[in-house]
Design a binder for this molecule. Structure first.
Ligand code: GLN
Length: 309
C-alpha cells in the first residue's frame, strides 16, 4: 500500500471513531437530515490515481463549494471585469453577514461569502434564462468530474428557497446599489440550485483537478483555464474559502480550500493533489469540523502544506 493509501485509510478510520463531530446545519431544514456519523475522503493525485475511504461515494449537498466553480465560469465570461462587482479580500465576518455591504456600497468583499457568490451568480445569469444559466453550471461540474450522473437535489433547493430570508435580504440590498442586474428572485433561484448540487467526495475531487494542475485536466489534457487563473482562484480559496475561519484553516491545513455548510471541503495541493472531504458536522464558523481535522492530518503526513513541511 502506498503512503497516500495508508494515510487516507487510517485517517478515515480515525475520523469515523471520533466523538467530537460538530453540529449539522439546520438553517436549511433539508440539510438537517444529514447523518452526523458520515465521513468520506477522496484524493486524486498527479498520476490520476484516485484514493478514497469511508463514505467517499455518497452524494452530499456541496453548497458553498459550488462557488469555486461559479467563480471560474464567471471569470471565463467577463474576465477581470468581474472585480468591478466583487472584491477579493477576506471578510473576517460570517458567510452570511450583511454588515460590510453598507459601508462598501453594496460591493461584497469576495466571491465566496454569500453576498459575493450571489453577485457572481448574477453575472452568469445576465443574458440568459435562469434554466440556461443553471444548466451551464451543472454541465460544467459534470464535465470537470467526467460524470454526467451529477444532479441537483431539488428538495434542498426548495428548502433553501423557502427559508433563505437572509440571502434574500443580501440580494435585495445589493440590488439597491445596482450590483445585481437581474430580478432578485431569478438570481437567487439559480444560486439556491447551484448550492444544491449533490456530489460525492470522489466526484468533487475529480472536479477540482484543474486547480491542482495549472488549469489543466490531467487525464484529458484539456486546458480548463489558463495557469495564472488557476493560481489566482487558489489564492482566493486560501484567503477567503473558509470565511472567518480562513486564517485557522491556513494555519492548520496550509492549502487553498473551500467549504460548504453541507460539510464538504475541496482542498487543493498545487502540483500534488485534489482532495475532497465530507463530514456534515460543522464548527462555529460553519466549516466541517472533522473535515478540517482530517485535512490537517493528511497534509502533515504527506508534507503537502504550501508553507513547507
Ligand atoms: N446555500 C448556502 C447559503 O447561502 C451556502 C452557505 C455555505 O455553504 N456556507 O446559506
Amino acid at each position: 500500500m502506498s503512503q497516500l493509501e495508508s494515510a487516507v485509510k487510517e485517517i478515515a478510520e480515525e475520523m469515523r471513531q471520533r466523538p467530537d463531530r460538530g453540529e449539522v446545519a439546520t438553517y436549511i431544514p433539508e440539510l438537517a437530515r444529514a447523518d452526523p456519523n458520515a465521513f468520506g475522503l477522496a484524493v486524486v493525485d498527479a498520476d490520476g490515481n484516485v484514493v478514497y475511504a469511508g463514505d467517499a461515494d455518497t452524494p452530499f449537498s456541496i453548497q458553498s463549494v459550488s462557488k469555486v466553480f461559479t467563480l471560474t465560469i464567471a471569470l471565463g465570461m467577463v474576465g477581470d471585469r468581474l472585480w468591478n462587482r466583487v472584491g477579493r479580500e477576506p471578510s473576517g465576518s460570517a458567510f452570511n453577514s450583511i454588515v460590510q455591504l453598507e459601508r462598501e456600497r453594496g460591493i461584497p468583499r469576495n466571491p465566496f461569502i454569500n453576498a459575493g457568490a450571489i453577485a457572481v451568480t448574477d453575472v452568469i445569469l445576465s443574458g440568459h434564462q435562469p434554466r440556461e444559466a443553471l444548466g451551464e453550471i451543472l454541465r460544467f461540474m459534470q464535465f470537470l468530474a467526467d460524470d454526467p450522473s451529477i444532479t441537483i437535489d431539488k428538495a434542498v433547493a426548495a428548502s433553501e428557497n423557502r427559508t433563505g430570508f437572509r440571502n434574500r435580504a443580501l440580494a435585495n440590498y445589493m440590488k439597491s446599489f445596482g450590483v445585481i442586474e437581474n430580478p432578485v428572485d431569478f438570481t437567487l433561484g439559480v444560486y439556491f440550485h447551484h448550492c444544491a448540487i449533490a456530489m460525492s467526495c470522489r466526484q468533487l475531487a475529480m472536479a477540482g483537478r484543474f486547480l491542482a494542475y495549472r488549469g489543466r485536466n490531467p487525464s484529458t489534457g484539456l486546458q480548463v483555464v489558463q495557469p495564472d487563473r488557476a493560481r489566482r482562484i487558489n489564492a482566493i480559496m486560501l484567503t477567503c474559502g473558509h470565511y472567518d475561519g480562513s486564517g485557522e484553516f491556513a494555519y492548520h491545513v496550509g492549502l487553498p480550500g473551500k467549504s460548504g455548510v453541507g460539510g464538504g471541503i475541496l482542498a487543493i495541493a498545487p502540483g500534488k493533489a485534489s482532495i475532497a472531504v465530507w463530514s456534515p458536522g460543522l464548527d462555529a464558523a460553519g466549516n466541517s469540523h472533522l473535515g478540517r481535522i482530517a485535512l490537517e492530518e493528511l497534509t502533515k503526513r504527506m508534507g503537502w502544506s504550501i508553507f513547507g513541511a
